[in-house]
Design a protein around this ligand. Structure first.
Ligand SMILES: [Zn+2]
Ligand SMILES: [Zn+2]
Length: 276
């Protein structure tokens, strides 16, 4: 996987410098600690076979989530190659104009956009994510979506363990401290499961249509116009669900969940378009 300029150490240092990244890692650590050492320990006991099995599964989910998080934060989302020159003829054939960035003072490829935070053009830019302190683009979209998937699994799993402990065991809720811990944990886990789960559903939709968040926003008007004139709108990069998924996650299904398996990615300046 391509790294940010300055090498992995510099990239990691830049990412960690963000309070939002520190906050995200702190929430991961808090959820992991409370799930294992408070709720699971109280519900089944970590020394029992069932408790140890759940502890191992939770640890695996959190470790996988953290690894994908580091990959998404430290990877280069994709910068425009200095040698990039637009194919004006091909663009004209598609009824498009060459795209120029006034801020970078250079031509930019299809699907790339200028990020105000990163102060540069990013290939196939989806959005700038404060939680990883990095743009989500061509180079790290796979790591990002796997991170969101693992975070959804981890938070839902933690929430289920919390609910099992809450309803299947007796608690000393007459002690104010215990009551507060359970209320705060319940609200946090419910909120996390709901928001991260919704984010996952949104990105699965985009993945299946080979769309970025920016392209979805841009397509709203095109969709409306198509509907008004009785036509069916189709995103020009939508090559069908199977191909769309393979373009992001790779051709080998066994490597779909590995955030570093990105050998299928090209330079991110050219994309196949649909014939329809
Ligand atoms: Zn730019
Ligand atoms: Zn950015």
């Amino acid at each position: 996987m391509a790294r940010r300029r300055g090498g992995p150490a510099a990239a990691a240092a830049t990412a960690v410098a963000s309070p939002a990244v520190v906050g995200t890692v702190a929430v991961m650590a808090l959820v992991y600690y409370s799930t294992l050492f408070v709720f699971l320990d109280h519900w089944l006991g970590l020394g029992t076979p069932a408790g140890a099995a759940h502890a191992a599964a939770v640890s695996l989910a959190v470790a996988a989530c953290f690894f994908a998080f580091v990959c998404a934060a430290a990877a280069d989302p994709g910068s425009v190659p200095a040698s990039f020159a637009p194919d004006a003829e091909a663009a004209q054939g598609q009824g498009l104009k060459s795209r120029y960035c006034d801020k970078c003072c250079m031509f930019k490829p299809d699907r790339s956009h200028h990020c105000k935070v990163c102060k540069r053009c990013v290939l196939k830019m989806d959005h700038h994510c404060v939680w990883i302190n990095n743009c989500v683009g061509y180079g790290n979209y796979k790591a990002f979506i796997i991170c969101v998937l693992n975070a959804t699994i981890g938070s839902l799993y933690s929430f289920v363990i919390f609910l099992c402990d809450l309803f299947l065991k007796e608690h000393e809720f007459h002690i104010l401290y215990v009551k507060i811990v359970y209320i705060l944990a319940g609200v946090l886990l419910f909120f996390l499961s709901l928001t991260i789960g919704s984010l996952l559903c949104w990105h699965i939709y985009l993945l299946c249509h080979n769309m970025t968040t920016i392209e979805y926003r841009e397509a709203v008007r095109a969709k409306w116009l198509a509907k008004k004139s009785g036509q069916k709108f189709r995103h020009r990069f939508d090559l069908g669900m199977r191909k769309n998924i393979q373009m992001i996650l790779g051709p080998n299904i066994l490597c779909w969940l590995c955030p570093t398996a990105t050998g299928h990615l090209k330079d991110g300046t050219e994309f196949q378009i649909t014939n329809n």
